[in-house]
Design a protein around this ligand. Sequence first.
Ligand code: SAH
Ligand code: SF4
Length: 361
Amino acid sequence: MNLLGLDRKGLEGFFAEMGEKPFRASQILKWVHGRGVTDFEAMTDLSKALRARLADEAEVRVPEAVMDQNSEDGTRKWLLRLDGSNAIEAVLIPEKNRETLCISSQVGCALECSFCSTGYQGFNRNLSTAEIIGQLWYVNRILEREGEGRQVTNVVFMGMGEPLLNFKNVVPASELMKDDHAYGLSKRRVTLSTSGVIPYLDRLTEVSDVSLAVSLHAPNDELRNELVPINRKYPIAELLAACRRYIADKPHRSITWEYVMLDGVNDTDAHARELVDLLGDIPSKVNLIPFNPFPEAPYRRSSDARIRAFARILSDAGLVATTRKTRGDDIDGACGQLVGKVADRTRRQEKRARREQVTGA
Ligand code: SAH
Ligand code: SF4
């Protein structure tokens, strides 16, 4: 049993089975996540007997980085090894008053958004809760070691994978992030980004209060079907209704809509006006993301002037519109550029190569 991946509820269950009191959960959370201690012997507020039993029956297994890269703008990226052939990436984006960590939830992604490099890599498997929270655990230890009291202040599920398709492990990981004895991040500082898997979004509404970012990228179904193929299953009107439900009982909350800016594809004035009409009275923030290129991508980034004009139409209509600063692109650490090492089980790249051979594309 790897205790790194158990949230408070999970730990309480674990200790109940051992015949121990629930407060043991808080002790373990503080040691493991708060202080970074993995050796039960060093957990001095546990009895000697309990420490020995834990050493026998459990472990705290943490991730290992096989590569670490630094961008000129201060962004840092780690490649974390999982089992033999798989590895995932986590990216730290330092800013003046915060340290944002972008984490992965799956090895690759099973969805195939046409502008996303992760989608092109194919998919292998879900990350365990330990592998998800392990990214935060690891980066906090690095920051501690480097001194100056820096810690991760914000976490975004915007790395590799679709977090809602790994619901069962993502939810306990986000609970750990918010737990006062573990990382103590407020619900506003933990953001889940999704392409809109509605059934799981509705389940999230029941159990979680993290901030929600939704990858919209197009103001109508015809275009969104092409860019975000899962839209064919869960179209825009139903997605917006599920988003309204998500914030309905959460006062002062809004949805962040992510919108990648693709030159000549989704970035005209008409698209911007359509977007304004679509979002209507939903409490919204729109985050424009300049497209980050990768070798197979059939798109170009919209010009800065175009992005400014698009943002202007949104803000003139009363929407909060921001443009995401491109960070870490020199180390392929920007949005949509994470590839890790995916032992693809969908044979996506193979199939594409065959298709291209046939069509001569
Ligand atoms: N699967 C989730 C979260 C990971 S992607 C989702 O799709 O929301 C995080 C954000 O980066 C998403 O909004 C995604 O659409 C965007 N993105 C993907 N590829 C990109 C690219 N090449 N350039 C810019 N943004 C991209
Ligand atoms: Fe998957 Fe998100 Fe990339 Fe789409 S944008 S392929 S959902 S990681």
